[in-house]
Ligand binder design. Sequence first.
Ligand code: FE2
Length: 183
Amino acid sequence: MNKEILLPDLLHNFKREKIQKENIYSIMQKNILILNTWSVLNGIFRILRKIAGMENTIIVLLTAEIIAKIYYKALMQATSSGLLQSVCKQILSDEDAHIDFQCYTLFRLTENKKNLGRAIGRTWHFILMLGTIVVVWITHRTVLKKGGFYFSRFWLQTLLVFFETDEEIKNNSFSKNCIPLSV
Ligand SMILES: [Fe+2]
């Protein structure tokens, strides 16, 4: 999490990730690796993002980034396709900057809140994270297991990333080099 990054780079980075993920779904569907359950999950996340304000939107996005960090590692290890492996590798190398950016945004949105308000947000994020882990496991366990992530490992590694980001937001300790310079 130590790359200096400019806002246009970050936007380009997000766009590239969107295209890469669409390519991955297409490759996976052709190889019948998964049912198209990601579109259902994306729909649920889209609804959740619209329920409340900006803080909730960033919490939902950060939850998706955390899951992506583990899922694409599993997918890279599960597939024998060189193309899929290289796309996963690129997504994973971009993911830390995305997580840092969401941590920074969440920190800025909550820094003036009272402790109770912040605790409510963090509790909601934790509940959402737990629910997402369970849903992603139920819908994508074939790929996860093939990539070496049985439930205990998937659960543990995802929560480790979650607690790392939670600490970064709480202690204002995310990588300052990843703060977009034009913000
Ligand atoms: Fe991302």
